[in-house]
Design a protein around this ligand. Structure first.
Ligand code: URA
Length: 459
């Protein structure tokens, strides 16, 4: 018995030594400029997810990749390894096109909330797996969870069943789908290795392939409110996302959109849902401050309908999208979606019932002129400070807290006119948020040129 124990121990030690040495060799190869093979990447991902390779070795490899980059082959291997770490949703029995949209993240970016029910109204299936707020950018899941009762953590079985019934379901990453990405993303977040085009591509595309969509529209943000710092980097990311999706047989399009100022009038969680309800409700007169959001939403809808094979051009898709929104059907679909995912629809039917945050302040113009700057990064960071996002993983979100833009870039203001409202759960948070926002707003004597949010389409 004792000897058997000894042999088992020796085998275990030999196994961990083998893993340890192999991991060191792989890190060294990448560090020295080599290209990793399919087997090497799959080895690292598989054993890391199973807890056999420690965080410090995975961190070393990630940092090496951050500086060296990932070749196209390495990116493909990474995507394959991420997908293989979990299940893959099979939607082949639903005989309809399946299309999703993914945004690389922004401030006030809420297009998913409208697009998911809108596109589902065209008898296109939208299997939407979204994320939480990250750094200064907001997250669709946090916004959806501001609706009391809304469940974003569903089993794959329930996800598929809702898609069969409604054509649309909006969920978060599960433990079954690409668990390797979930674990590695958490490590990237704390090792300053998020902002790498290859790693971002592998992370995003693996989820989009595993969730079962056949077509995908990437909304790649450009400007200081986006994840990547320059136009060139955003464009590189768009090309790599497209290439990788196409390598896996997806019909993919990327749209570069401007994220140098917040999109729409609302920044927060519930207020962003409310802005979307206002846009979907044909009875409501939409705020002028939602114009840019409506523009981007219809453009992405046009691209999604084209990717689904429902129209022959984005322009035709935009036209159809406008007509569908006016019909009021997307709001009905959204109410069905909220209901089936456990949300309390009374707040959707009457948004005035939602509790307001306790403290309020405003920022007003001191001079006469045109709003020339509403810096997206500053607004995003201020929203996190207010409690709309998390500074650490355990932070609780204040769903009612909000920054509401009353004036947008290009609007004329007179002294004393309100530029934005700030509402929050503590007077201190509201005040410190106001101080942050003041640094991100500028008024000029000359009217700035207000360009379209759509910069470029790549396909
Ligand atoms: N979003 C993701 O899902 N992954 C990344 O790496 C970055 C943004």
């Amino acid at each position: 018995m004792k000897n058997k124990h000894k042999i088992v121990n020796i085998v275990l030690i030999a196994k961990s030594l083998y893993l340890y040495m192999n991991a060191v060799e792989i890190i060294k190869k990448k560090r020295n400029g080599g290209e990793l093979t399919d087997e090497e990447i799959s080895f690292f991902v598989k054993h890391y997810v199973k807890g056999r390779i420690p965080d410090y070795q995975k961190s070393a490899l990630l940092m090496t990749i951050y500086f060296r980059g990932l070749s196209d082959n390495e990116t493909l291997s990474m995507v394959k390894a991420f997908i293989a770490s979990g299940e893959r949703v099979d939607l082949s029995h639903i005989k309809k096109p399946k299309v999703d949209k993914h945004s690389t993240g922004g401030v006030g970016d809420k297009t998913s909330i409208i697009l998911a029910p809108l596109i589902a109204c065209f008898d296109v299936v939208v299997p939407m797996m979204s994320g939480r707020g990250l750094g200064h950018t907001g997250g669709t899941l946090d916004k959806l969870e501001s609706i009391p009762g809304f469940r974003v953590h569903l089993s794959i079985k329930e996800f598929v069943s809702i898609l069969e019934k409604l054509n649309v379901c909006m969920i978060g990453q599960t433990d079954d789908l690409t668990p390797a990405d979930k674990k590695i993303y958490a490590l990237r977040d704390v090792t300053a290795t998020v902002e790498n085009v290859g790693l971002i591509t592998a992370s995003i595309t693996s989820k989009k392939i595993a969730e079962g969509s056949e077509g995908i529209v990437y909304d790649v943000k450009v400007g200081n409110g986006s994840t990547l710092p320059t136009y060139e980097k955003s464009k590189e990311l768009a090309s790599k996302l497209l290439q990788t999706s196409k390598d896996f047989g997806q019909n993919a399009v990327a749209v570069l959109t401007d994220m140098s100022s917040p999109l729409g009038y609302a920044i927060g969680n519930w207020v962003e849902i409310k802005e979307c309800i206002d846009i979907m409700d044909p009875e409501t007169k939409n705020s002028d401050q939602s114009g840019d959001l409506i523009e981007v939403t219809h453009f992405l809808a046009g691209a999604m309908l084209e990717a689904a094979g429902k129209v022959s051009s984005i322009d035709e898709g935009i036209e159809q999208s406008r007509r569908m929104l006016e019909s009021g059907e997307p709001l009905k679909k959204f109410i069905e979606l909220v209901k089936i995912q456990g949300g309390d629809v009374k707040y959707i039917k009457d948004t005035t019932l939602y509790p307001e945050a306790k403290f309020k302040d405003t920022i007003s113009a001191e001079t006469c002129g045109y709003i020339s700057k509403q810096d997206a990064l500053t607004f995003g960071l201020a929203a996190v400070n207010l409690g709309c996002g998390r500074k650490t993983i355990d932070d609780k979100i204040d769903y009612s807290s909000a920054i509401i833009l009353k004036r947008k870039i290009g609007d004329v203001v007179a002294p004393g006119e309100v530029i934005c409202d700030i509402t929050g759960e503590s007077a201190e948070k509201v005040d410190s948020t106001k101080q942050m926002l003041l640094k991100g707003i500028e008024i000029s004597e000359t009217k700035p040129i207000v360009k379209s949010r759509i910069i470029e389409v790549i396909n």
